[in-house]
Design a protein around this ligand. Sequence first.
Ligand SMILES: [Zn+2]
Length: 259
Amino acid sequence: MIVDCHTHIFEVGRGGPFDLPASAEDLVRAMDKQQVELSVVLPLVGIAGNDFVQQQCAAFSERLIGLYNPDFSVPDETIPKMESFFEQYSPKGLKIHPRYQGVTVKDTVVSEVFHWAHERGVVILVDVFLYGPSLDNPDLHPIAYHRLAQQMPELKMILAHAGGFKIMEAFMVAKSNPNVYLDVSFTPAYFHGSSVADDCGFLIRRLPAGRVLYGSDFPYVPFAESVDRARSLMTDTGDGLSRQFWGDSAAALFGIALK
Ligand SMILES: [Zn+2]
């Protein structure tokens, strides 16, 4: 049983570096081929809006669950919009992409969103893959989330892509905070052949079971490649650790009832 905690669909029907078909139907078809039972779909402004993601997930309600991407464009409206959306749809968590959305944890509105999630027990998945013009912005690096994790010990957060090239920094944040989880989407494929990809295997073994989750980042990584790379990371790990990695931990975090 596999749960993929990190996937995308595109409103235009295709996307990612390989321009792969990426509708909800395409995603479910790709999941079927890899025996992935359930995927968490991450909305992102300009790629797949919140309403679109919820509607598409509802059409495949046994297989897809959608998160909510806060709209930071008008900070005064961020929380009210999120609240009314949660009343309408009950998404299973939040996805924030600070680099892409032009915000950091230092922004008041972002901190308000974290507090909002903390009070309600809503899990937050946050992108920490550093890249491009903001590469050197320390407020986007995995370590920037350590303070928040300390201040809100009940808030569960997932640092996506296990921090990319800052993987050991993400590891130390997770090691220092039992409420911080890592997903290994994208990084094992992007850094294949480097020590960063191998370090994903280290994380899985060194952190307590359940703290590292399988994710593909479909369609940024073709599904078959993602599953193959994750399988090689999981070579010789025990059953308990394996079950947590491939799905049990994600199911618990997102409140998914598994059959
Ligand atoms: Zn992603």
